[in-house]
Design a protein around this ligand. Structure first.
Ligand code: BTN
Length: 334
């Protein structure tokens, strides 16, 4: 069987990794061992660099692998991921219209697909909540996860909260920053949005066939680039802008997928209360005055006092009346 481009690249990678003490392997030896021409070796080295590996080439010495990639390439992810279902299958694309639409069509066609992760380096038509566009340039972390829920239907509304928690914890661990959650599914740093979650479900009557969780993280991109692109008035930020340096998207993705698997497990074991209380602990909006804009133009104002069992937001209005909010855009008064 003919090797795919990725298989050839991985073969070259293992040859470079098995280099002797100098770290160099000559082009001739690589060509011989991989049974390809020297120009094919050169092309594959270029491929490795495109995947984010640093490969040095020195005249008379050959090639040397200087550093591994920190991009979320599937063969590196599989080596480090400690999850059983999530990430078992990974689809990795340099560019996609939207990982969400791809994951949705995989889930529709393949009833077995559970835990499949679709990642794109950039999206041309990324989707946000409430039919908004989601600008997704290179450097961000854009992916979708197929989940066939073995949880009661009434817990479905908790899925985005679970995903937001998983993302928050992973960002906190990799960056030592302290992101806060904003209802319903935003992850904020310095009170600006750094990541968002999108949930799509396919349901029939009382039965949920599958759910697709989309995660968008403004990682190694300048905030000014995104702000300019989306004409932002709400305030967005990126990990690069907050930290002043780039993060390993590979490590970030690994942590998110592992967290997601363990938090989803909690839902299966009827751990709704634990999820809700972890979410409230990770949010600085409880106890604050908020206004919620719904897409029929209605604005509700009050103090965010609690979350309901289904993840809805409970507001206490000026008159002491409690109301349950199921959707909307929240503005917090700090
Ligand atoms: C939001 O509006 O806050 C949710 C944004 C979700 C964006 C992600 S990026 C990966 C996945 N693919 C999409 O088209 N959207 C989601």
């Amino acid at each position: 069987m003919r090797k795919s481009k990725d298989q050839k690249i991985q073969r070259l990678l293992s040859l470079l990794r098995s280099a002797g003490s100098s770290g160099y392997v000559s082009g001739q030896s690589l060509a011989k061992r991989a049974e390809v021409s020297r120009s094919a070796v050169w092309k594959q080295v270029r491929g490795l660099r495109q995947y984010g590996y640093e490969v040095e080439s020195t005249r008379g010495m050959g090639y040397r692998l200087v550093s591994d990639t920190q991009n979320p390439v599937p063969w590196e992810l599989k080596k480090i991921l400690r999850a059983t279902t999530i990430g078992k299958d990974v689809v990795y694309l340099p560019v996609a219209k939207s990982t969400q639409s791809i994951a949705l069509s995989i889930a529709e066609k393949n009833a077995e697909a559970n835990g499949t992760v679709v990642i794109a380096e950039k999206q041309e038509s990324g989707r946000g909540r409430q039919k908004r566009k989601w600008f997704s340039p290179e450097g961000g972390l854009w992916f979708s996860v197929i989940h066939r829920p073995s949880i009661p239907t009434h817990s479905i509304t908790l899925l985005p909260l679970v995903a937001a928690l998983a993302v928050r914890e992973a960002i906190a661990k990799t960056t030592k920053l302290d992101p806060q959650l904003k209802w319903p599914n935003d992850i904020m740093i310095s009170r600006k949005k750094v990541a968002g979650i999108l949930l799509d479900i396919s349901a029939e009557a009382e039965w949920v066939k599958y759910a697709v969780l989309g995660v968008g993280i403004n990682a190694n991109v300048d905030a000014s680039v995104i702000s300019a692109m989306i004409n932002d008035t709400r305030g967005i930020t990126t990990l690069r802008t907050e930290l002043g340096h780039d993060v390993s998207r590979l490590e970030l993705l690994r942590l998110i997928l592992e967290n997601l698997e363990s938090h989803l497990g909690l839902l299966t074991r009827e751990g709704e209360n634990e999820i809700i209380s972890a979410w409230k602990k990770a949010s600085d909006m409880i106890g604050r005055k908020v206004s919620v804009l719904q897409n029929n133009g209605v604005v509700h104002e009050g103090v965010a006092v609690d979350l309901g069992q289904d993840g809805s937001l409970i507001l206490e209005t000026e008159w002491g009346r409690r109301m349950t909010i199921n959707y909307g855009d929240v503005r917090v008064r700090y």
